[in-house]
Write a protein that binds this ligand. Structure first.
Ligand code: ZN
Length: 135
């Protein structure tokens, strides 16, 4: 069982809360126990889980930008101009796996699910949500 959600992004770097999409699909699937995989099939985006608080979202973005600056002597920039976004995506990861217990995502109260745009704005980004039943 899977679902693909599609959306646009409006900033170069931003966190987009997709928790409601994931929870909605898990409810539709009516699976009591299993796993939910949330995957971004992109080389310049990522998926994280964390608190949806505006200051913290800025802190996370600013820290990523400090760790991997936009401008540096990147080899990839000989053919493209977004090495920093690829490197951030590789460091953060494109997939999260969340247990489903009692028909619900077993996530912490402050663990929302975010798509992380790292090379926006983009007309179409996708996230694959897959539910795998099994106790
Ligand atoms: Zn590139």
């Amino acid at each position: 069982m899977y679902k693909i959600i599609r959306f646009s992004t409006s900033k170069e770097v931003e966190l987009i809360d997709i928790t409601h999409h994931v929870e909605g699909f898990v409810r539709e699937c009516n699976v009591k126990e299993g796993l939910c995989i949330v995957h971004a099939p992109h080389a310049t985006a990522a998926i994280i889980m964390n608190e949806n608080e505006s200051g913290l979202k800025e802190d996370i973005i600013n820290t990523f930008m400090k760790l991997v600056p936009r401008r540096a002597n990147y080899m990839h920039n000989r053919i493209d101009d977004n090495a920093h976004a690829h490197i951030k995506s590789a460091m953060i990861g494109s997939t999260v796996i969340i247990p489903i217990i009692g028909g619900r995502l077993a996530r912490g109260t402050w663990q929302n699910i975010f798509f992380v745009e790292l090379d926006g704005p983009r007309y179409e980004r996708r996230v694959i949500i897959q539910v795998i039943p099994g106790g």
